[in-house]
Design a binder for this molecule. Structure first.
Ligand SMILES: Nc1nc2c(c(=O)[nH]1)N[C@H]1C(S)=C(S)[C@@H](COP(=O)(O)O)O[C@H]1N2
Ligand SMILES: [Mo]
Length: 443
């Protein structure tokens, strides 16, 4: 499918076209910002020359019924403004969407690309949701190395070949879900559209979650290979090769996790997804996968690991993916009022039927959905066809297998007497008896 027709004035370069070189040979679309403060300043100066289109597209009018739903004009313009190295990144990213993803993905945002699977069950690579904050760098695996530094005794550069050498690093595989904490943001948007956040908050429905079998190396083994932690090393920061724009500044995508999570082998450096090399759109050649944590920590296009004494100060860690209680709300707020989301809470959703579907039934309606908990697994799922008065337990054999840190998909033929407007809900309990709040859809 072609990208949506642009409904904006064409982009015009202001002043001389800037030139920021590629950092490495064989890496396309990777500008290193974090090492060069001068370059960052220069980029900020260039960005300040422009009046970019207003943020964010959906807050000013109802969401269009197009696919892609949103285009992401401003983000394309940010990339165009950086000159030749990033100019083609939106186009290249779209090329990989077409090459690597299934044709029936729901494109919630064309650029940075964000897409939900078609509303079906499990998630092969082509259907796995995609959440990007920028473009897709093209990295030649032969030329790929990543740095391990900061508070480790023996900082090193490691190639993919070395990482894959089983005489150095034992391999691990694990089936685990990744969930973006933006899952079901559309409901939030409908209640309160936000305060003009700069980030284009992709209008996710239930689909920003997926499960894959990941293969790679436990990060703990890599830290050990680098001589172990120095005193004070408590958090591990990851850097991705994509360019991240925030409030007129440029960064590389960066986040961190506490070492505690690494220590128990719950952080993997992965190069394989469902038995195949990682697709470019999912982080080729190497990404982080953090089991049970918010998807944002699973850094794609990883090029640097930095051990530090406190959580990362990077904007994705400190200024985004922060939880505010409903009483506080996001408006009139300071970042320190919220807390950083790490472990994902228990949650569940109905995938089919969809809101406003019309169904002819003979007393039973089939519901399908998922349930997930970032601190273990869902134990029990219940559904209701009358807005939450009467609940039915989804029987054991209608729940997929229990796998630590993975969702369980379920289906249920729900007895329904009524006709007309129905309100379906689902709720679940995890192994620690946390319960999810019901998700309602009406039809
Ligand atoms: N380098 C980089 N890593 C990233 C992101 C990104 O934009 N850049 N997005 C993060 C977010 S918010 C999520 S939810 C997951 C999504 O992973 P997927 O696109 O492979 O499904 O990747 C994370 N890793
Ligand atoms: Mo995310």
């Amino acid at each position: 499918m072609a990208p949506a027709e642009p409904n904006h004035a064409p982009f015009k370069v202001q002043g001389e076209e800037p030139y920021f070189a590629e950092e490495l040979e064989g890496w396309n679309g990777y500008i290193e910002w974090e090492k060069y403060p001068e370059k960052k300043k220069q980029a900020a100066e260039i960005l300040s020359r422009y009046d970019f289109p207003v943020p964010p597209e959906f807050q000013l009018e109802p969401l269009p019924k197009t696919n892609p739903i949103l285009e992401g004009v401003r983000w394309k313009y940010y990339h165009y403004a950086m000159g030749p190295t990033l100019k083609n990144v939106p186009e290249i990213s779209w090329k990989y969407v077409q090459k690597e993803k299934s044709p029936d993905m729901i494109h919630v945002l064309e650029f940075p690309y964000n897409g939900e699977p078609p509303r079906t069950e499990i998630t092969p690579n082509e259907d796995f949701f995609v959440r990007n904050h920028g473009g897709i760098p093209e990295i030649d695996a032969e030329k790929f190395v990543f740095d391990v530094g900061g508070l480790v005794n023996d900082p090193k550069k490691i190639t993919l070949k070395e990482l894959q050498d089983e005489s150095i690093f034992p391999r691990m595989s694990k089936t685990a879900s990744l969930q973006c904490s933006g899952t079901r943001r559309i409901e939030q948007i409908h209640e309160y559209p936000g305060d003009g956040d700069e980030l284009i908050n992709a209008p996710w429905a239930e689909g920003a979650i997926g499960t894959a079998r990941w293969t790679g190396v436990s990060l703990k083994k890599v830290i050990k290979y680098c001589g172990g932690l120095k005193d004070g090393g408590k958090h591990v920061e990851f850097y991705g090769a994509d360019t991240y724009f925030k409030k007129g500044n440029v960064y590389n995508y960066a986040v961190s996790v506490p070492y505690r999570k690494v220590k128990i082998h719950e952080v993997m450096l992965a190069w394989e997804m469902n038995g195949k090399p990682l697709p470019r759109i999912h982080g080729y050649p190497l990404r982080v996968v953090v089991f049970g944590f918010i998807g944002a920590r699973s850094c794609k296009w990883l090029y640097k690991i930095n051990v530090i004494g406190q959580p990362s100060l990077a904007p994705v860690q400190m200024k985004e993916y922060i939880y505010y209680s409903p009483q506080i709300g996001k408006h009139n707020n300071t970042y320190s009022n919220g807390f950083s989301i790490q472990t994902m809470p228990v949650s569940s959703a109905i995938m089919t039927p969809l809101n406003h579907d019309q169904i002819i039934h003979d007393g039973k309606i089939k519901l399908t959905g998922w349930a997930y908990s970032g601190s273990g697994w869902p134990e029990r799922v219940e559904v209701s066809g009358d807005g939450g008065n009467i609940w039915y337990e989804v029987p054991f054999d209608k729940l997929s297998k229990k796998v630590y840190y993975s969702w369980r998909v379920w289906e249920y033929d729900l007895p329904v007497d009524a006709e007309g407007w129905l309100e379906f809900c689902v709720r679940c309990w995890d192994n620690a008896l946390n319960a999810s709040s019901p998700r309602r859809i009406a039809l």
